[in-house]
Design a protein around this ligand. Structure first.
Ligand code: ATP
Ligand code: MG
Length: 405
């Protein structure tokens, strides 16, 4: 079918007034970003809908990318036809034949914004319905729950036809809820947490801790590649690589083993919070799930959260691992997350961390260290990059190799 435009329906339209304007203008910006590089498109945001005119561009590519844009409820590929009703009939029939499968039912649903048009909505419904019914043997008419709904819109500049409604990503346009930092490891959970944050309209920046030479170049590349996967839902994402080697070495040599992990996490949280403050972020997201591992008991969260008053949001906190994995598969991060390049936490994980650390002890042990010096040296070694949607960093050969292992 020679589609001429994609009609986009907004999600969560309860938003009114200024919020609605903000919603639409963000969505317009995000759609523009995500469709960047496809020639010929013109994007027209209106109050109730957005029209993306294809001008010859590949509609399948456009739809694939649109599926990842938050704030879109549904969309429909449409064809603009002249107002000559004979043309409308032919195109409608062709369109119906394309999606019709044996035994399916249909109905025609017409809307008119051009009230001068020669036929009214009833006449259009009846005449088109008749034409399709006569020319597709076996098709039946069903008013309540048709398999195929042919939408006809009579606008000033032409008549628009569509018969498919594709589900969008839902949620709110990224950016409408402000900005926050995501603590991104190379694991399964934090990319899912990032996806869920973006789905609620939060623009995220990645904070990733790495510890060369204990962690490999590939561990860093993996975190960047995960960012590329998430950027497909938001447009380019800032990636902040934070050196963590000195802090981990110091903690390991100075503190009792039971508190290595708690104190490490307190440092991570402090550093993330300082970065957040500098970048005007409003909150911190991470991939912690209650009870999943030793560092994720409520006692641990108390001992770690102690270093800041900033809201720490944990979108996967009450999900089961299987539920998290299901989302990771849907957003295509799972296969990458399970690649065996270990991040700094795994490398420095003590064999038996305290599952119920004591807050006061954590503070006391930590006070033995030069906290400010360690923090400021780490901050001065930060490397920031911007990662593009779908950008890859790992060598493909290495990926294949590790799949064989
Ligand atoms: P994930 O699957 O996200 O790695 P996890 O179940 O392995 O989570 P932990 O290793 O305890 O859990 O990490 C808990 C959270 O701490 C992570 O979800 C992430 O938000 C943050 N985190 C852990 N390691 C790093 C890191 N190297 N850089 C940034 N954040 C990290
Ligand atoms: Mg992890």
């Amino acid at each position: 079918m020679n589609y001429t435009e994609i009609m986009v329906r907004y999600g969560e339209l309860s938003t009114k007034g200024k919020n609605r304007k903000d919603f639409i203008s963000r969505l317009n910006g995000n759609v523009t970003k995500v469709l960047n590089g496809i020639d010929g498109l013109s994007i027209r945001p209106h109050r109730d809908r957005m029209h993306i005119q294809l001008n010859g561009a590949d509609y399948e590519e456009v739809m694939t990318r649109l599926k990842k844009v938050f704030g879109i409820q549904t969309f429909s590929p449409s064809v603009k036809v002249s107002k000559n009703f004979e043309d409308v009939k032919e195109v409608a029939l062709e369109m119906m034949k394309e999606v019709y499968k044996e035994g399916m039912s249909f109905k025609v649903n017409t809307k008119r914004s051009d009230h001068e048009y020669e036929l009214d909505t009833n006449e259009i419904n009846l005449q088109l319905g008749d034409y399709i019914y006569t020319n597709i043997p076996g098709i039946s008419v069903e008013m309540r729950k048709p398999d195929i709904k042919l939408l006809v819109e009579v606008r000033q500049d032409g008549i628009y036809l569509s018969n498919q409604t594709i589900k969008g990503a839902g949620g709110l346009p990224v950016g409408t809820a402000g900005k926050a930092e995501l603590m991104l490891s190379g694991g399964i959970d934090s990319p899912v947490a990032g996806y869920l944050a973006m789905k609620r309209g939060v623009e995220i920046e990645m904070v990733h801790f790495y510890s060369p030479p204990y962690t490999s170049e590939n561990a860093l590349k993996k975190a960047k590649e995960l960012t590329g996967k998430l950027a497909a839902f938001s447009g380019p994402i800032k990636f902040i690589a934070v050196p963590f080697t000195e802090i981990q070495e110091t903690i390991k040599s100075e503190l009792p083993e039971g508190y290595l992990m708690t104190v490490q996490r307190r440092f991570m949280m402090r550093l993330t919070d300082l970065i957040r403050e500098k970048n005007d972020g409003l909150a911190i997201f991470n991939g912690e799930a209650v009870g999943q591992v030793a560092s994720q008991t409520l006692e641990s969260m108390v001992a770690i959260n102690d270093v800041t008053n900033t809201p720490i949001l944990r979108p996967v906190s009450n999900m089961d691992k299987t539920e998290i994995i299901k989302i990771a598969e849907d957003i295509d991060t799972f296969n990458l997350s399970v690649q065996p390049y270990e991040d700094c936490c795994t490398v420095f994980a003590p064999p038996s961390p305290k599952t119920r650390p004591n807050l006061q002890k954590a503070r006391d042990f930590e006070a033995k260290l030069d906290v400010d010096g360690l923090i400021s040296r780490s901050l001065s070694g930060i490397v920031e990059t911007t990662i593009m949607p779908g950008e890859t960093f790992l060598d493909e050969k290495e990926e294949e190799f590790s799949e064989l292992l």
